[in-house]
Design a protein around this ligand. Structure first.
Ligand code: UDP
Ligand code: MG
Length: 323
């Protein structure tokens, strides 16, 4: 990093920018990605850190080649697939920049937005500049619908506010990165963690872009599981809900019991109410399973946290541990 003394700006133009790029089976994208970044950032000092998240294709070879050809390109390769959240955490750990940018390898995060994001931090003194997708072009309507509902529900039941359409594409100051690195939890719902640390964020809007190459790793079921992870990681509302619903059901059941006893005493008709019995059993059985499952989900998270396993394991890297 070249140091130029300049007291008028919080961040000087020559500050090093680290670009962290999680890659899972992105052999077709990484090179195009780097070319685009080089084009956009030709006037400033930056490093790129590719994280090979256990790709099954030639991603590692491709990023090694890029690292050989370009002095400012680094790579970290995991021992297996640990997931994007782990890759982000690893990248932030290894990044040396005064500012760090997170970006997908598939060019769905337009590099052309970078100058604007950087200037939001350098000129407007924001701590974070993040991209917000405003259209969901090329996405099924049903997915957008559920996603919209989910954001509203999440924000209602958790103390943090996640922004609809907010992506992981962001530039952060060193201070924000250090704050995120302090959150060493194993279950990493990054969207939530970014909001949890606070700081001033400027949201910059953009239109959805289709993948440059390769395929998305998200399935519909995967997204549902991810949504549940998010709620469990940032809210204990489902547990409170279990108590509230349990209480209401108990009160109603108690009232109904009094009614049945009174009816029996007044009219003594013992063998009626098969339908009622069945309904009660099925409804209560369902509720019980649902809440046991909810409880189990929290227990599962606690279980994995207490194991204290590392978030990722590096097999090889060209980054020397100097700090
Ligand atoms: N990714 C990763 N590990 C995974 C899955 C994805 O590092 O297990 C990377 C992937 O290579 C890409 C980014 O995370 O750079 C976003 O993934 P994807 O494009 O599949 O998600 P989408 O854009 O559909 O949300
Ligand atoms: Mg993508």
């Amino acid at each position: 990093m070249e140091i130029i003394y300049n007291i008028s700006n919080k961040y000087d133009i020559m500050d090093l920018l680290s670009i962290v790029v999680p890659c899972y089976n992105e052999e077709e994208s990484v090179e195009i990605f780097l070319r685009e970044i080089q084009k956009v950032l030709k006037d400033r000092s930056f490093e790129v850190i590719f994280i090979n998240d256990g790709s099954a294709d030639d991603t590692l070879k491709k990023i090694k080649d890029l690292a050989d050809e370009n002095a400012n390109v680094n790579y970290i390769s995991f021992s297996r697939n640990f997931g994007k959240e782990a890759a982000i955490y690893a990248g932030l750990n290894y990044a040396k920049g005064d500012m760090v940018c997170l970006m997908d390898a598939d060019l769905q995060h337009p590099p052309s937005m970078l100058p604007q994001m950087i200037s939001a931090i350098e000129e407007e003194n924001y701590d974070v500049a993040a991209a917000r997708r405003i259209t969901r072009k090329g996405e099924p309507k049903i997915k957008s619908f559920f996603s919209h509902r989910y954001y509203r529900f999440f924000n209602r039941i958790s103390k943090i506010e996640i922004v609809e359409g907010g992506t992981d594409y962001r530039v952060m100051t060193r201070q924000v990165v250090d704050a995120i690195l302090q959150l060493e939890e194993y279950n990493r719902f990054t969207k939530g963690l970014f909001q949890w640390v606070g700081f001033e964020t400027k949201w910059i809007e953009y239109e959805n872009v289709e993948r440059a190459a390769g395929e998305t790793t998200w399935s519909f079921l995967g997204l549902i599981a991810y949504s549940i992870e998010g709620i469990v990681a940032f809210s204990t509302m489902p547990l409170t809900l279990a108590i509230i619903i349990g209480t209401i059901v108990s009160i109603v059941a108690f009232g109904y019991m009094i009614f049945i006893i009174a009816k029996y005493l007044l009219y003594s008709d013992p063998v009626q109410g098969f339908a009622t019995t069945m309904c009660a059993i099925l409804l209560l059985g369902g509720l019980q399973l649902l809440f046991i499952g909810t409880l189990g989900k929290y227990l599962e998270k606690t279980y994995f946290e207490t194991k204290n396993r590392p978030i990722f394991i590096v097999k090889e890297t060209n980054i020397k541990d100097s700090d």
